[in-house]
Write a protein that binds this ligand. Structure first.
Ligand code: HEM
Length: 511
């Protein structure tokens, strides 16, 4: 009897094991080298179990597989390909994009309606239509119109720092509050004062969007890498409380504007106009934009909420962490600060002390600094795609089937000595005009091709104005309370640091 039970258990274990590893021979059969995998979870166990940030995981695989064009891995039982060769990356993101249209994050619309409507998560024709509908809201003219709003936030930030001097400053928190004010003003049309009032409701809710405990971290990694499990348990990225807060806020503002007839030059107003007219009106420097949907896609009120939230989700952590890492690196690089200050002084002198949208373009050393931070610490350190149409990898016998996941380690490539000499050194001068990045797709913090970051042009504004506000008054010094190099929080999707980051600010000038 005992032998019978034991035999049964052994058979059951074998069946479960076979089920859990049913696809793990996939890459071997195709003649592609692959990394190890465990039953059910696949290769990404360190990520799913929140022991390693996915950026570090793929960066490590990139180092371990240096010299190869690609290497196979498994997301659960789904085969994935980590692409290492910039030429192939270029084909996937740009020239053969029609085979790799989607990010491959399947969010169940019933479980999480707001996230499933977020442009980042949309797929196929709906993504295409929504992207072309929203693109004009990020045109250079529309971004220029947002400049006064960002500048207003930067000026209050500057005044706050001048009147709240303290020895050691937690810049991760301070810059998160500055970025929250920018997003409140530009995307939601409200004045948020989270600098003076860190407990402001909008800041509290914004913080909650990114506060991920172990359970939510596990749910998120399932949503992104094990969608079958996430869909069974109806996991959602954001709680109902958060979704309702932002939904009510946006509806309230829209109602107020509709009743009063007042408008404001912000992103929300552009979305309202898109919903009402199906297209955007002209501005002084732009032709009328006919961006009506060809499949009859119409923006609903919830689409407006979802796209305003995209600003928060796409723009908050990416911008505030980039500013934070920039100050952390500048504190270690007085020479880069000196060059930045010289650039600021010279531009302000040339323009009678006034920084306008045009004169901001001349702060070229700040661009180099931002680029160098984005190279070392790309906020979205892994770009994902899913193969949407069978694809034969050029010059190989390997054909990728529809459904294959693609990962590109932006952090890996941008920190590879083959493309960037001495990659651990913060050196903004490597982005000088005389020394352009030679390999296409070796530097792509905003992605590349038709699915490149839609907010790229906007993001550069708070990055530059935030830096400008600090460097025109303060010298940035190292703090003994900062862990360097930073460690990354495996619960976060973006490359957020695990620890708070501190610097010291010493008032040095007033340009
Ligand atoms: C430093 C700031 C930022 C960085 C480094 C960044 C980076 C990225 C990257 C790498 C992607 C994926 C591109 C790809 O798949 O090829 C992306 C997509 C996206 N980003 Fe950003 N981003 C930033 C700021 C913003 C801001 C301010 C917004 C505000 C609207 C935004 C909205 C989006 C959206 C909506 C997508 C999805 C686009 C699509 O799928 O069509 N991002 N971003």
């Amino acid at each position: 009897m005992d032998a019978y039970v034991l035999g049964l258990v052994a058979v059951l274990v074998l069946i479960v094991f076979k089920l859990g590893t049913r696809n793990h021979e996939y890459w071997r059969r195709k003649g592609v080298e692959s990394v190890g995998a465990v039953p059910f979870v696949g290769s990404m166990w360190p990520v799913v179990s929140l022991r390693e940030h996915m950026a570090d995981f793929f960066h490590r695989l990139a180092i371990e597989n240096k010299g190869k064009k690609f290497v196979g891995y498994f997301q659960g039982s789904t085969p994935g390909l980590l692409v290492l060769d910039p030429e192939l990356i270029r084909s996937i993101l740009i020239s053969d994009f029609s085979h790799f249209v989607d990010h491959g994050f399947e969010i169940d619309p019933e479980a999480d309606p707001m996230q499933s409507r977020n442009l980042f998560n949309m797929s196929g024709q709906y993504w295409k239509e929504m992207r072309s509908m929203l693109s004009p809201t990020f045109s250079s003219g529309k971004i220029k119109a947002l400049f006064p709003l960002v500048q207003e936030c930067a000026t209050s930030f500057e005044n706050y720092m001048l009147s709240n001097k303290s020895q050691d400053i937690n810049i991760k928190d301070l810059l998160a509050r500055f970025t929250t004010n920018v997003i409140g003003s530009c995307a939601f049309g409200i004045t948020v004062n989270s600098l003076e009032n860190p407990e402001d409701k909008f800041r509290q809710m914004g913080r909650k969007l990114f506060e991920v405990d172990f359970v939510q971290g596990f749910k998120n990694s399932c949503i992104f890498f094990q969608p079958q499990i996430a869909n069974i348990f109806k996991f959602r990225v954001f709680s109902e409380e958060l979704t309702n807060f932002f939904r009510n806020l946006v509806h309230e503002i829209m109602d107020k504007r509709a009743k009063s007839g007042n408008t404001r030059k912000d992103f929300l107003q552009l979305l309202i106009q898109l919903k009402e007219k199906g297209k955007l009106g002209s501005t002084d420097d732009e032709p009328n934009e006919n961006n009506e949907s060809s499949i009859g896609l119409k923006l609903t009120d919830d689409d407006i909420v979802a796209q305003a939230l995209v600003f928060f989700i796409g723009g908050f952590e990416s911008t505030s962490m980039t500013l934070t890492y920039t100050l952390m690196e500048l504190a270690r690089n007085p020479e880069a600060q000196r060059k930045a200050r010289a650039n600021i002084k010279e531009v302000l002198q040339r323009h009678d002390g006034i920084l306008s949208f045009q004169s901001m373009q001349e702060l070229t050393y700040l661009d180099k600094i931002a680029n160098e931070t984005l190279r070392m610490y790309p906020p979205l350190a892994v770009i994902n795609r899913i193969c949407t149409k069978q694809y034969k990898i050029p010059n190989t016998n390997v054909t990728l089937e529809k459904g294959t996941a693609i990962a590109i380690s932006v952090k890996g490539i941008q920190n590879d000595p083959q493309y960037f000499e001495d990659p651990e050194t913060f050196n903004p001068d490597r982005f000088s005009d005389e020394n352009p990045v030679k390999t296409k797709c070796a530097f792509m913090p905003f992605g590349e091709g038709p699915r490149q970051c839609i907010g790229m042009r906007f993001a550069k504004m708070p990055l530059k104005l935030g830096l400008f506000s600090i460097l025109r008054h303060f010298e940035v010094l190292q703090s003994p309370n900062t862990v360097y190099p930073p460690e990354f929080d495996p619960r976060q999707f973006f490359l957020a640091s695990k620890h708070d980051i501190y610097v010291q600010l010493r008032e040095c000038c007033d340009y």
